[in-house]
Design a protein around this ligand. Structure first.
Ligand code: HEC
Ligand code: HEC
Length: 396
């Protein structure tokens, strides 16, 4: 009963959060071009820093815009407040300046950020071990007293998105077999090696569309390029990974006339997403190390493989008893701790010689969306322009 109520409240809050992400469209004008214009890095553009793009950044300095927005996601998820939970109500009317308006809760959250950093510096060797979530765990006011119902009741559900990973050393020998079985189930390495590209149409539904399905187009090119174009009523949202850089341009951009450069765990996340779409047979060797654990997805027992590369946040792949990939969880490190992105894959169908999931649910701190594929075409020519940095997109 209580859990049900909590879920409903959470849903409403997330819903509002997504609406607000859409509202961020409109924050800032001039500074953006300054930030974006600063130095072209080889193969792409230097990522924009938050204090160059936003108006009143006092504590979250020295981080990129995508990390800054994920930090807002951590704030919202940890305290279960939507964006208006801290920001001035004027953000709802699309005011560009409104996110910079100071409120008592913004001041408090700044103090909390300084406090959290101080705790980590003084007591955890400067590792981000204590995060907003450690104390708040999804409540605005952290509890002071123990909960006897929990002590003597059913243990609360485990957090499926936690970064902590229980390594089962005796299962390390199984890694090759787990990958081999999965690749076999989806058509085999040889069949996948013959997939040079795919295009697909489909639908997208999330908090930002009030769960109404809108059209989406996918373009992928082996070995690792993948573009998603969501056609919202208000305009397009375009996600591009060109094998090296990941970008977002669209009506939900963090600022108007703005193309976002993804960094850190978001960037490496786009890489694994692309590999899964167009070259899953290369996933195993894309990570230096794999470790094995066991878990549940719903009630279904799964084997979990955690892939790591030096200097990157890990990726977890969840395989069911049939050997199919049913879940992926990856993380982005923010200024106040890691935030998860989770994919749940389902509806595997045969396309030519391979099998692909025709549905996946992508959940992260700013939204939860359902993608469904319709017309999947293998090896149709894909215009190279599809994988270039997308131009900013204005609201219709
Ligand atoms: C727990 C409170 C809290 C919540 C919830 C929150 N924010 Fe913030 N937000 C802040 C604080 C604090 C700052 C200022 C950070 C600083 O000074 O370094 C800020 C700054 C911003 C800025 C920069 C404004 C400027 O121009 O200086 C944007 C944009 C922003 N938030 C967007 C969002 C969005 C979108 C959401 C909802 C997903 C959100 N925030 C949720 C506390 C919050
Ligand atoms: C060490 C534990 C701890 C950590 C870490 C922590 N908080 Fe808090 N937070 C608290 C406590 C305790 C309160 C006060 C609750 C009360 O007044 O009952 C609080 C209050 C707040 C409030 C004000 C609530 C209100 O309505 O007055 C905000 C906003 C907040 N925290 C945001 C954050 C954010 C954002 C982070 C991460 C940067 C964070 N907190 C990290 C313990 C923590």
């Amino acid at each position: 009963m209580q859990v049900g109520v909590r879920r409903v409240i959470r849903g409403v809050i997330l819903c509002v959060a997504a609406a607000f992400v859409a509202c961020v469209t409109g924050v800032m004008t001039g500074a953006v071009t300054n930030a974006a214009g600063q130095g072209q890095a080889a193969g792409g553009q230097a990522p924009q820093m938050a204090e160059q793009v936003f108006k009143d950044v006092q504590v979250l300095k020295g981080i990129t815009v995508d990390e800054f927005m994920d930090t807002m996601g951590m704030f919202a998820a940890a305290t279960t407040r939507d964006c208006t939970g801290c920001h001035a109500p004027e953000i709802l009317s699309g005011s560009r300046e409104a996110f910079a308006i100071s409120t008592p809760l913004i001041q408090r959250a700044r103090q909390m950020t300084v406090m959290t950093n101080t705790i980590n510096r003084n007591f955890f060797g400067n590792q981000r071990r204590v995060t907003c979530y450690t104390c708040h765990s999804g409540v605005p006011f952290p509890h002071r007293t123990p909960n006897l119902s929990i002590q003597y009741g059913t243990p609360p559900e485990d957090n499926p998105d936690r970064l902590e990973f229980v390594v089962l050393p005796d299962r390390a020998k199984d890694v090759d077999a787990i990958f081999a079985k999965w690749i076999q189930e989806i058509g085999g390495a040889q069949a996948w090696a013959g997939v040079k590209s795919f295009t697909a149409a489909g639908t997208y539904a999330g908090w930002d569309t009030s769960h109404v399905e809108v059209p989406v187009d996918f373009f992928a090119q082996a070995p690792n390029q993948f573009t998603t174009m969501v056609h919202r009523k208000e305009g397009d949202n375009i996600f591009v990974f060109n094998g090296m850089n990941a970008w977002f341009a669209g009506v939900d951009a963090a600022a108007p006339n703005f193309t976002l450069n993804y960094t850190g765990g978001n960037l490496t996340g786009f890489r694994i997403d692309a590999l899964l779409q167009v070259a899953p047979q290369t996933v195993q060797k894309a990570y230096a190390q794999w470790q094995v654990s066991e878990d549940l997805v719903g009630d279904e027992p799964v084997t979990v493989l955690q892939g790591t590369n030096k200097g990157e946040t890990p990726v977890n792949l969840y395989f069911n008893d049939a050997g199919m990939l049913v879940r992926l969880v990856r993380w982005n490190d923010t200024a106040v701790g890691p935030v998860p992105t989770r994919f749940d894959f389902s509806d595997y169908r045969q396309v030519g010689a391979i099998r692909k999931p025709f549905q996946w649910v992508r959940a992260w701190t700013n939204n939860r969306v359902v993608y469904k594929l319709k017309d999947v075409r293998l090896n149709a020519p894909v215009d190279a322009n599809r994988f270039q940095r997308p131009a900013p997109i204005a609201l219709n």
